[in-house]
Design a protein around this ligand. Structure first.
Ligand code: SF4
Length: 81
C-alpha cells in the first residue's frame, strides 16, 4: 500500500508505511489524527484534526521517524530535521 498523506492546518503529514512498526506512540500523543489499521500500521483517522504543535510532537514521538511533517507555508520539511 502506498504512503498516505494529509493536510492538517499548515502541515502536510505523511506516514511512511515501511517505517512504521506499530509502536503506537503517535496515537498516544494524537489519537484524533492517528490510529492503527488491521496490519498494525499507522493510518489517519477520518476527519483528522489537531493543533499543529501536537502533530509535530506525535511525529517526534515515533521511534522510527516514520512520520514526515512538511510546513506548506515554507515548503520546508520540519520533521525529521
Ligand atoms: S509512532 Fe511511528 S512506528 Fe509507532 S505507530 Fe506511529 S508511525 Fe508507526
Amino acid at each position: 500500500m502506498e504512503d498516505k498523506e494529509i493536510l492538517i492546518g499548515k502541515y502536510k503529514v505523511k506516514v511512511l508505511r515501511d517505517g512504521c512498526i506499530g509502536a503506537g506512540s503517535c496515537i498516544a500523543v494524537s489519537p484524533a489524527v492517528f490510529k492503527l489499521d488491521e496490519n498494525n500500521k499507522a493510518v489517519f483517522v477520518d476527519g483528522a484534526a489537531d493543533e499543529a504543535e501536537n502533530i509535530l510532537m506525535a511525529a517526534q514521538s515515533c521511534p522510527t521517524k516514520a512520520i514526515v511533517v512538511t510546513d506548506t507555508e515554507t515548503g520546508k520539511q520540519v520533521w525529521p530535521d
